[in-house]
Design a protein around this ligand. Structure first.
Ligand code: GAL
Length: 712
């Protein structure tokens, strides 16, 4: 009897701990549901980021829950939460952090862990965002500041709804070591977790909802979309001024300069105060640069040197371990924030510095605090690791927000919830092809990425890299070590200059596209799978052949990781060093050459052999690209520029042109304008363009407007 009761108690206890718990789903916004499993932790990714939904989310359509709820399960066992989401045959998954070598994630096993990218897509990366989006048109976010194990369609349960067939390896040649799996499973090392589901109907809609749920995408200042040069470490004020002048004399655009280690009196760890031998009068220096229309961005890593003026004050609020013997402020403690960011404010932001590059907040393990580290707030080393970049960004943004001044900076670690932060990720990995794959992946997970240019072995490589950074969120040379300039490779200096000026000409386009990212959640740089017309109609009408006979179907069924969409109308297909031709997969619809307006193809795979001078770029039929003159600096608030509106293709089209002062947060008070550009056919069938007049007298950045019809 005793044993029977004991067994019963044991059974109930074990069963109680392991039984799949039903997840309670509640709608939180149109097409967004929150599910709770077990007892979620008080600290999570979205709390760290402090994100809140943007109003644009309310404008999105209501949608049904994209799963049958019974097919999702959450179980707490052994202090950990497992999650299971169903997968259909043929479904493809994207996201799961900033991957560099792969776009398709189905079949992957990852551990999402903030780290310096180490050359393998294993989950350790600068932004291991626990968000994925499915080709079926929904997204899932696991809101935990933990190292999450992901089995993205690998595990096979006995009770699987679509179990794989058992095969005899002895005789069956179709036997596979990886049988079919019909679920995404995740293990979160916490006794509960919050999960969010984002409806489509398309995958792009799910991404939009995810971005809008977290405040919408980043809206940089106009100057942030100009050109930026990061000068060599240990540069002096005089050298920086000389560098800026050489850009002006040679006619290369420049909006901001980045100062690398050496502007501070000490670094690695830092003092966060100017080095007076190199910068004797920082305020006068910053002012002189601003008078030249060059803003300054300062490199930091947040680890505090004993020589910092605020060292004693901040020590009680730092973690148990040091990084390069510098103390690690616990940014979740208000006092630590006030001391650290108070120093940045007083010493730099108040004299006109425009932004920061927050380095080394990612890893790697030999530099950063170990997981055994403790922090005075009680957060664990793991929780801090997953969110340190986010906390550093968030607090630095406040410094600028308080001055009603936008910033645009760089960071080496981010995570879910930071979607609206005006920070661009970068790293030291410097593989050109993989940098483009990262750019593609950034669009699935609500972060920005720059394929920065440093130095190159050859002029060809320099130009190829430069071509892609121009079509990215931040057009930057990071010469901290090499000291290279845009003109450092004389054989291609003219082409590089033309590209830098093209970046400036395209500013009205980039700016409008970032506004769409901010207000509507549409990522500016994104993978082909999010593009309508990509992968449709591959099986019917025009295409009746099988995979082998059909290059389009063959191309789209493979992972395409070297071409991407840039804004509403452009498809960018980079060429890499050594390549003289490449294949480009053009989605359904007619596409035109960006430079000539000539027809390029329609829903087909083309082979391009563009010379060295040009990066292949294509525009959709009816595509509209608003351009401004090739100025050397972004227009200031209130400064008017003329527009040349380029129109591509034969079809009528329209485009929404965004405008605001480009520098402040007044857009948050509704001081912005969307003007519709319309391209219509007249009685004779000829295309004619019109632009709506500005709707607000405070926002009028565009002067004379002309149209250029590129396709004849
Ligand atoms: C690296 C960073 C580089 C540069 C360098 C300066 O960590 O990735 O971009 O800033 O530090 O020492």
């Amino acid at each position: 009897m005793f044993y029977r009761i004991a067994y019963l108690i044991l059974f109930v206890a074990v069963w109680g701990r392991t039984a799949a718990q039903s997840i309670t789903w509640s709608p939180v916004a149109p097409g967004v549901w929150k599910g709770i499993v077990g007892k979620p932790e008080a600290y999570d990714l979205l709390k760290a980021a402090g994100s809140s939904p943007a109003s644009g989310l309310q404008k999105m359509s209501a949608q049904p829950f994209p799963f049958s709820k019974e097919e999702i399960s959450g179980t707490v066992t052994d202090g950990k939460t497992s999650l299971r989401f169903p997968l259909d045959k043929g479904e493809q998954l994207f996201g799961f952090g900033l991957n560099f070598q792969t776009v398709h994630q189905r079949g992957k096993i990852l551990q999402l862990h903030v780290d310096h990218y180490g050359g393998k897509d294993n989950g350790r990366t600068h932004a291991p965002v626990p968000f994925y989006v499915s080709s079926k048109g929904y997204g899932v976010l696991v809101n935990a500041a933990r190292y999450i194990n992901v089995y993205a369609g690998t595990g096979v349960r006995k009770d699987s709804k679509n179990p794989p067939e058992e095969k005899d390896r002895n005789t069956n040649r179709s036997w596979s070591s990886r049988p079919y799996s019909d679920a995404v499973e995740m293990l979160v090392p916490a006794e509960g977790v919050e999960v969010y589901v984002f409806a489509g109907p398309t995958a792009l809609d799910a991404v939009r909802r995810y971005n809008l749920f977290n405040g919408g995408g980043a809206l940089p200042p106009r100057w942030g979309l100009g050109f930026t040069q990061r000068v060599r470490s240990l540069f002096t004020a005089e050298e920086v001024k000389k560098e800026a002048d050489s850009f002006a004399v040679k006619g290369y655009p420049l909006d901001f300069i980045g100062l690398e280690p050496g502007w501070q009196s000490r670094s690695y760890p830092g003092t966060f105060e100017w080095d007076k031998t190199r910068y004797p009068d920082p305020a006068a220096f910053v002012k002189e640069m601003l008078d030249k229309r060059i803003r300054l961005n300062l490199w930091i890593n947040p680890y505090v040197s004993k020589s910092a003026s605020f060292y004693k004050e901040i020590t009680p609020y730092t973690g148990s371990h040091t990084v390069w013997v510098g103390e690690v402020p616990d940014f979740t403690i208000p006092r630590a924030r006030d001391i650290f960011f108070g120093q940045l404010k007083k010493d730099q932001v108040d004299i006109g510095v425009s932004g920061y590059k927050i380095d080394e907040v990612d890893g790697y393990d030999y530099y950063l605090w170990p997981d055994v580290a403790t922090f005075p707030s009680g957060l664990s080393g793991e929780q801090m690791r997953q969110t340190y970049g986010v906390l550093a960004m968030k607090n630095s943004i406040e410094l600028f927000k308080n001055r009603n001044q936008r910033t645009y900076g760089l960071v080496r670690a981010s995570n879910a919830g930071a979607n609206s932060y005006p920070y661009v990720l970068y790293n030291d990995y410097y593989n050109h092809e993989d940098f483009i794959t990262a750019l593609i992946n950034s669009g699935y997970i609500g972060v920005l990425w720059t394929p920065e240019v440093r130095a190159s072995k050859t002029a060809e490589e320099w130009l190829r890299r430069f071509q892609t950074v121009i079509f990215s969120p931040m057009a930057m040379i990071n010469a901290w070590s090499s000291g290279t300039k845009p003109w450092s490779y004389p054989q291609v200096a003219a082409q590089v200059k033309e590209l830098a000026l093209l970046r400036m000409q395209m500013m009205p386009y980039w700016y409008s596209e970032f506004a769409k990212y901010h207000f509507e959640g549409t990522p500016v740089f994104r993978g082909m799978s999010l593009e309508p017309g990509y992968q449709v109609n591959t099986t019917n009408t025009s295409v009746k052949k099988n995979l082998e006979d059909n290059p389009y179907l063959e191309a789209v069924s493979k992972e395409v990781k070297d071409q991407y969409m840039a804004g509403e109308c452009l498809l960018v297909a980079p060429l890499f060093t050594g390549q003289t031709s490449r294949k480009v997969v053009l989605p359904k619809g007619r596409w035109y050459d960006f430079y000539t307006g000539a027809f390029a193809g329609d829903g087909e795979v083309i082979t391009v052999t563009r010379g060295l001078d040009k990066i292949p770029v294509y525009v959709k039929d009816g595509g509209v690209i608003p351009m401004m003159p090739p100025l050397l600096h972004a227009p200031k608030a209130g400064e008017k520029v003329d527009l040349e509106i380029r129109v591509y293709g034969e079809k009528p089209g329209s485009y929404r042109l965004y405008d605001d002062d480009g520098e402040t947060f007044n857009y948050e008070k509704g001081i912005y304008d969307w003007r519709t550009i319309r391209v219509e056919k007249d009685a004779k069938g000829k295309l004619k363009g019109t632009v709506e007049p500005p709707h607000k007298k405070e926002v009028r950045s565009y002067g004379k407007i002309t149209f250029k019809f590129m396709t004849r």
